[in-house]
Design a binder for this molecule. Structure first.
Ligand SMILES: [Zn+2]
Length: 459
């Protein structure tokens, strides 16, 4: 719905916050925004029916779209995060703006089918295979913007600063090598110039934001952290960083800087209310205090953290410290935000031997409102007046969800539903997914063809 068009959706049940759902919820939409929400009413003539339980659009706060081509190809043999990374670099060496546009479009369309209406793309493959900038230095970023538009979801492009391949013991950076030359802008000043241009191009877009990312303290030194943080602050842009994903990163950071990664980022101005620490798997109680004091967010990516043998993040610390949590499917080993949400609680059960640290409503808030806030869309992720009309209907009649009573609907969605239970997705009032199918894209066929194309170009 654009250009002043109006629509009325009628939800059999809808989650308006808290532990319960309301019945017969009418959502009025004008020009992509919710203008009225009433419950306990019959479906008005001409309204679009949404069966099952309707929740706000899900935010996937941490994505590397091209990793989707790795699915199923990294599961044989032994290894660690670091050997998985070698596989990922082989893929990163192959993509170009055209193949990336197609792969990202299919990956984002898979997300939309899963109920994701906003994605944070942590984007670091900037340059040509030899490390030289493309004729348009933002050709790869623009490919991602096009892909999100075609797939029909909101995008925060987290343009990532990446300048080195590891921490030099003398507190500098080791030079990039191999596929990493594609990530490297050579200086923080060059990163700022490129990202400034990209942000200008999309200023005022209702569906695209350009934010910033520090790849990690392994790839960005303190001087450059300051430059990225200053750019984000002066543009009121969100800033994300991978932190403490691996114990080795903490050890190297301590040896060089006598601080944790979060401590180093905080000392150099990066940790603010617009900051999101991605993973934070090996964060400490002191780190949680720093994040809480700044009003920062943590992005948990439990299916990736499992897949890469990273560990289980200290989510109880974050809960106790009132650090907001959001969710990301990161490497896309699977794309299912319900699985990410319940994994936060279920992994904590395995680690602690206790149930009930994170309730269903808190986990759904992480998947919706908190994720949108982390990506700079503070009004989105809730079904209320003034919010973007981003709605996701989840079936309560599938073989996973059938038999659920109304009072347990949210618990069933969070703890038992899968991405395949999403039947309808509305983004900015536009009905992008209906009856479980994307209205514009044959998603499985596009995934098949775009993934075959990138591996063909690698061989
Ligand atoms: Zn990541």
């Amino acid at each position: 719905v654009a250009g002043g068009e109006t629509a009325v959706f009628h939800c059999e049940l809808a989650w308006l916050g808290g532990d319960t759902v309301e019945s017969g919820v009418r959502v009025d939409v004008d020009d992509g925004l919710i203008t009225d929400v009433t419950h306990g009413v019959a479906a008005p003539p001409g309204s679009v029916r949404l069966a099952g339980v309707t929740i706000p659009g899900l935010a996937n706060a941490h994505s590397h779209a091209f990793h989707r081509a790795l699915r199923g190809r990294t599961q044989s043999g032994a290894g660690t995060f670091w050997t998985w990374r070698d596989d990922m670099y082989r893929l990163a060496a192959t993509i170009d703006p055209e193949s990336y546009r197609r792969l990202a479009r299919a990956t984002f369309a898979e997300m939309v089918l899963a109920g994701v209406t906003c994605v944070g793309e942590f984007h670091y493959v900037h340059h040509d295979r030899d490390g030289a900038p493309y004729a348009d230095p933002n050709a790869m970023g623009e490919a991602i913007v096009d892909a999100a538009g075609a797939a029909g979801l909101r995008l925060t492009l987290l343009d990532t600063c990446y300048l080195g391949s590891g921490i030099d013991p003398d507190a500098g950076l080791l030079p990039v090598s191999g596929a990493q030359v594609r990530f490297d802008d050579r200086s923080a000043a060059a990163w700022v110039r490129r990202v400034d241009d990209l942000r200008q191009r999309h200023r005022g877009s209702p569906t695209v934001q350009v934010g910033a990312a520090v790849h990690s303290v392994r790839a960005v030194d303190p001087h450059a952290i300051v430059a990225v943080a200053e750019w984000a602050a002066s543009n009121e842009a969100v800033l994300h960083a991978h932190v403490s994903e691996q114990p080795a990163e903490n050890d190297q950071c301590h040896r060089a800087y006598s601080r944790s990664p979060i401590g180093l980022l905080a000392d150099h101005g990066a940790v603010t209310s617009r900051f999101t620490a991605v993973h934070a798997t090996h964060a400490t109680a002191h780190d949680a205090t720093l994040l809480a004091a700044a009003g920062s967010t943590v992005c948990m990516c439990p299916t990736t953290e499992r897949d890469l043998a990273d560990g289980i993040g200290p989510t109880r610390l974050f809960r106790d410290g009132a650090v907001a949590m959001c969710l990301g499917s990161d490497s896309h080993a699977v794309i299912d935000l319900f699985e990410e949400a319940r994994a936060v609680e279920l992994d904590e059960r395995l680690a602690s031997g206790e149930r009930g640290t994170h309730g269903a409503a808190a986990l759904l808030d992480a998947a919706t409102a908190a994720g949108h806030r982390s990506l700079g869309w503070s009004d989105a992720g809730r079904i209320e007046v003034g919010a973007p009309a981003d709605l996701v209907a989840v079936s309560l009649t599938s073989r996973r969800t059938a038999g659920t009573s109304v009072e347990h609907a949210i618990a069933a969605v969070v703890f038992a539903a899968s991405a395949a239970d999403v039947t309808d997705v509305v983004v900015g009032g536009e009905h992008v997914v209906a009856g479980g199918a994307h209205r514009r894209i044959d998603v499985a066929a596009e995934l098949r063809d775009s993934i075959a194309a990138v591996w063909e170009s690698a061989s």
